[in-house]
Design a protein around this ligand. Structure first.
Ligand code: ADP
Ligand code: MG
Length: 243
């Protein structure tokens, strides 16, 4: 195994509000890490520092061997390798589903249009939407939009994907299809960090569960350890509320 992400003593403050208080985390190639914890504990901020959507206040982040503190590191290249899927899908409504998936690889000159279309059709099939290539995003359900967003992320051939509450904005009946796509990605060996409140998914798919609160990693372990035998009182309290 080799480390995809290595985080050491990561801190992030907004003004006097310290949101990340010295996080250490290593994520291995092919590992699925599920991050849980109360609202406001810094989960989103943490994910956003990993590709420098947020600048850390201090600490070290190494992605695929690239130390993000090194001014010579090409952040755009690093970002291409880190897919991100958010709660809100941010599809372009003036483009078709297929065009949304093709856009970045074509704009960045990774592939020509023909190759991009072939790739996009294959990815839409993978997420169960092969018949939606020509549809406009407005005609899709939330769950379908999120699956398009995942296909769009995959079109960049990322080495790892960070998911920030990908099913939180969906109607309950849409959640399963999105989790199914994520489950398949995990099976195929995608390296993933998933912030979610879907504890069933965490139990089934996570290699490791991290409980975060107040800007600290309070506890981490295998799903059965965290869910069946949590050690930290904060973890126990949180799980009592959500399970
Ligand atoms: P979580 O994702 O666990 O709910 P967040 O990372 O979104 O937590 O937020 C952690 C804390 O950081 C919150 O107190 C939030 O108000 C604060 N915060 C997040 N983003 C910003 C920002 N851009 N400016 C100021 N404060 C922020
Ligand atoms: Mg969040």
């Amino acid at each position: 195994m080799s480390a995809k992400i290595e985080v050491k003593q990561l801190r992030k403050s907004y003004g006097s509000n310290e949101v990340l208080k010295g996080l250490d985390l290593t994520v291995q190639d092919n590992e699925v890490v599920v991050m849980i914890g109360p609202s406001g504990s810094g989960k989103s901020t943490f994910l956003r520092t990993l590709n420098k959507l947020e600048e850390p206040t201090s600490g070290q982040i190494v992605v695929d061997g690239h130390d993000l503190n090194d001014p010579k590191v090409n952040m755009n290249k690093v970002r291409e390798k880190i897919g991100m899927v958010f709660q809100h899908f941010n599809l372009f409504n003036n483009l078709t589903v297929g065009e949304n998936v093709m856009l970045s690889p074509v704009q960045l000159g990774k592939v020509n249009k023909q190759e991009a279309e072939f790739l996009a059709r294959g990815l839409l099939k993978e997420v169960g939407l092969e018949d939606k290539f020509d549809a406009k995003p407005q005609s899709l359900s939330g769950g379908q939009k999120q699956r398009v967003a995942i296909a769009r992320t995959l079109a960049m051939k990322p080495d790892m994907i960070l998911f920030d509450e990908p099913t939180s904005a969906l109607d309950p009946e849409m959640v399963g299809d999105v989790l199914e796509v994520m489950r398949n990605l995990a099976k195929e060996g995608m390296t993933m960090i998933v912030v979610t409140h879907e504890m069933g998914f965490a139990k089934e798919v996570a290699d490791r569960v991290i409980f975060m609160a107040d800007g600290h990693i309070m506890e981490e372990g295998k799903p059965e350890e965290i869910f069946n035998n949590p050690q930290n009182p904060r973890t126990k309290e949180f799980l009592n509320k959500v399970l």
